[in-house]
Design a protein around this ligand. Structure first.
Ligand SMILES: NC(=O)c1ccc[n+]([C@@H]2O[C@H](COP(=O)([O-])OP(=O)(O)OC[C@H]3O[C@@H](n4cnc5c(N)ncnc54)[C@H](OP(=O)(O)O)[C@@H]3O)[C@@H](O)[C@H]2O)c1
Length: 334
């Protein structure tokens, strides 16, 4: 009898205590039903957004994962069995399924995508060429309408999404300021990614550093929220734009993030604040892969990985992500 291993959500986690909320299970692996595809995962993507789905919050963009069900997330893998005419056994694909050795999915619901095999490092289909890269591209171009010569601020700048946002802004001829939580992350940003200034929010006064930017910040790509948003607001340029891509400071909470204390600056600086949500733009037929791939092939877009090996170590990988231990994309290799 074929089996699969998967992580089951047993309880709503408290802060970052994942070991008492999830357990590794084994179950029978049935063949895919008509119209479905079964994928053997090679890599799992660790994404902060799934932390919100672990809570009981009903007001997110996705409902809470019911207790007793498999933990959801993105995979890259090969089709191991198919009952769908568009997918063949052995094809390399990415989609939304489970934190599991195998996921059996409806391709339309899972966003199942065939991947280019000519990318030497398959892992880049997460991160730079995947959801994080596409989100950064969508946010900076279509949501924030970034223009050459503008000053761009990025928080969680050394993470998967932030590091791509920094490089896109640099490639578009902008001045880039990145905020991260460690000196080695800041050094990577300035020395490897061409970021103009990096600020360590754990050792520096962010508001004071941002106040030194001549002309202020035109565009803020926000991944974090909380104190960093309050540090940025008074230092925005007149008519500045803020894209809320993520608010990781509030993801463990059942009630979300409180509003910024410097809300007044939206009026004083006549700011525009918009949410960034990639699926809205994909539904409009937008294709962000092509420009990302071009920059990647030219060596103008690089992606680092924070890789953990073994499905059984998934919770360590997720904890690394949620506590800022990572530089670049956090993945689990199976
Ligand atoms: N809207 C969308 O469609 C979409 C899609 C993908 C991702 N996102 C969002 O983008 C953000 C980044 O996601 P990612 O996958 O690229 O993860 P990531 O940036 O690779 O990892 C998360 C980073 O957040 C920072 N962080 C964690 N807790 C923090 C805290 N309490 N205060 C400040 N910073 C904290 C850490 O870096 P440092 O502390 O060292 O800076 C950590 O490395 C998340 O908010 C995520 O939800 C949104």
């Amino acid at each position: 009898m074929a089996t699969r291993q998967y992580w089951r959500l047993d309880a709503r986690p408290i802060e970052h205590d994942y070991a008492n909320a999830l357990s590794l299970q084994t179950e029978e692996l049935a063949p895919p039903a008509d119209g479905h595809v079964q994928v053997a995962a090679q890599y799992l993507s660790m994404d902060p957004g799934v932390r919100v789905w672990m809570t009981a919050r009903e007001d997110g963009y996705s409902p809470p994962i019911p207790l007793g069900e498999a933990m959801q997330g993105q995979f890259i893998g090969r089709v191991s069995a198919s009952a769908h005419p568009d997918f063949k056994e052995g094809e390399l694909v990415r989609g939304f399924g489970h934190w599991a050795s195998h996921s059996t999915v409806d391709p339309a619901l899972a966003g199942l995508t065939k991947l280019d095999e000519d990318v030497a490092d398959t892992r880049q289909h997460f991160g730079v060429l995947g959801l994080n890269g596409e989100t950064a591209m969508c946010g900076l171009t279509d949501v924030l309408e970034l223009k050459e010569g503008e000053t761009v601020l990025v928080s969680a700048a050394a993470g998967a999404t932030g590091s791509v946002a920094c490089q896109i802004a640099r490639n578009m001829g902008c001045k880039v300021i990145g905020i991260a939580g460690a000196d080695d992350k800041c050094a990577w940003l300035t020395q490897e990614l061409g970021v103009d200034t990096a600020i360590n929010y754990k050792t520096q006064n962010v508001a004071e550093e941002l106040a030194k930017i001549e002309g202020g910040i035109n565009v803020y790509f926000e991944n974090v929220g909380g104190d960093l948003l309050d540090a940025a607001l008074p230092n925005m340029a007149l008519y500045g734009r803020i894209g809320i891509c993520g608010l990781i400071t509030g993801y463990t909470s059942d009630s979300g993030n409180p509003g910024p204390a410097r809300f007044d600056q939206i009026l004083m600086k006549r700011l525009t604040i918009k949410g960034i949500f990639l699926p809205d733009y994909l539904a409009q037929g937008k294709n962000y892969y092509a420009p990302l791939r071009k920059w990647y092939d030219e060596g103008r877009l690089v992606g680092e990985f924070d890789q953990t090996d073994g499905l059984e170590n998934t919770l360590n990988a997720f904890t690394r992500l949620m506590t800022g231990k990572n530089t670049g994309k956090v993945i689990v290799a199976l």
